[in-house]
Design a binder for this molecule. Structure first.
Ligand code: CP
Length: 305
């Protein structure tokens, strides 16, 4: 049995195989429509979600399987004080695979040590969100046709943004990647990621507060939300929340084929006027999330079409 807790657990060969599998599922959905018959996915979400939970559920239904679970801690026995380990042991009696989101960093890892079925981290606090990263990689591959030779700008909350941390880790393993970090000083990428990922892999990177100045260099612009739920202080959130709002005017200096990604939800950081721009990939990215999760479920259950 395997779990997926951190994107770094997957080799680039394994990531590339998942992308190939997802692309085959997109091309041949009927081939996979019954492959999980009799299998059950449990979605244990201790923190709110729209895309991750529903795309996992859509993925399992698309494979012919069943789904059970809960979408908030309050409706589970966690509200009575049950531990993550006991929850994981219990759910292992009902399901063949578990997807867990939790506000505490490390909770899905704890669950994986207690569960007797594969556990997938569906986002743990400000730490990691590996299936969003697989979604982002599939999106980049579909939109740009490659995962190497890219300059990627990460913009917004780079401090708490778990999707940013995971994607930087994954993309740094490909050739000729350049990273541009665009954030207010208070929301800079944590030093440990610069040291352990960017510097360790000899990735060229730059830091700036000025999005428009670097826009012409970017092949991909990865926008993020300033996350209210990660702030201890409402005043700081209100001061920083609108640091970057992508508008048509700000896009004027961008490459004609730059891809705009966003893990969503969006609050205010991308003007809705941009949604019709062919460079806006974020709703296609949502759809790719279902297909890559189908591929991951098959891998962790050891099922082949
Ligand atoms: N991208 C993402 O994790 O979205 P949700 O919070 O809606 O699952």
């Amino acid at each position: 049995m395997e779990h997926l807790i951190d994107i770094a657990q997957l080799s680039t060969d394994e990531v590339d195989a998942l992308i190939r599998k997802a692309e085959d599922i997109i091309a041949n959905p009927a081939k996979y429509a019954d492959i999980c018959r009799g299998k059950t996915l449990a979605t244990l979400f201790f923190e709110p979600s729209t895309r991750t939970r529903l795309s996992f559920e859509a993925a399992m239904y698309g494979l012919g399987g069943n789904v059970l679970g809960f979408s908030e801690a309050q409706s589970s026995s966690a509200s009575k004080g049950e531990s993550v380990s006991d929850t994981a042991k219990t759910v292992s009696c009902y399901a063949d695979i578990i997807a867990m989101r939790h506000p505490k960093e490390g909770a899905p890892l704890v669950a994986s040590m207690a569960a007797s079925v594969p556990v997938i981290n569906a986002g743990d606090g400000g730490h990691n969100h590996p299936t969003q990263t697989l979604t982002d990689l599939l999106t980049i591959h579909k939109e740009k046709g490659r995962l190497d030779n890219l300059t990627i700008g990460f913009c917004g909350d780079l401090k708490f943004g778990r999707t940013v941390h995971s994607l930087i880790t994954a993309i740094s393993r490909y050739k000729n990647i350049r990273v541009v970090l665009i954030s207010p000083d208070e929301l800079k990428l944590p030093s440990y990621i610069k040291k352990d990922v960017l510097q360790k892999n000899n990735i060229e990177y730059a830091q700036t507060t000025d999005l428009e100045a670097v826009m012409p260099e970017l092949d991909i612009l990865y926008m993020t939300r300033v996350q209210r739920e990660r702030f201890f202080n409402e005043e700081d959130y209100l001061r920083l929340k609108d640091s970057y709002i992508l508008t048509k005017e700000k896009l004027s200096g961008a490459k004609s084929d730059m891809a705009i990604l966003h893990p969503l939800p969006r609050v205010n950081e991308i003007s809705v006027a941009i949604d019709e721009d062919p460079r806006a990939c974020y709703f296609r990215q949502v759809l790719y999330g279902k297909f890559i999760r189908m591929a991951l479920i098959l891998k962790l259950l050891g099922l082949e079409a």
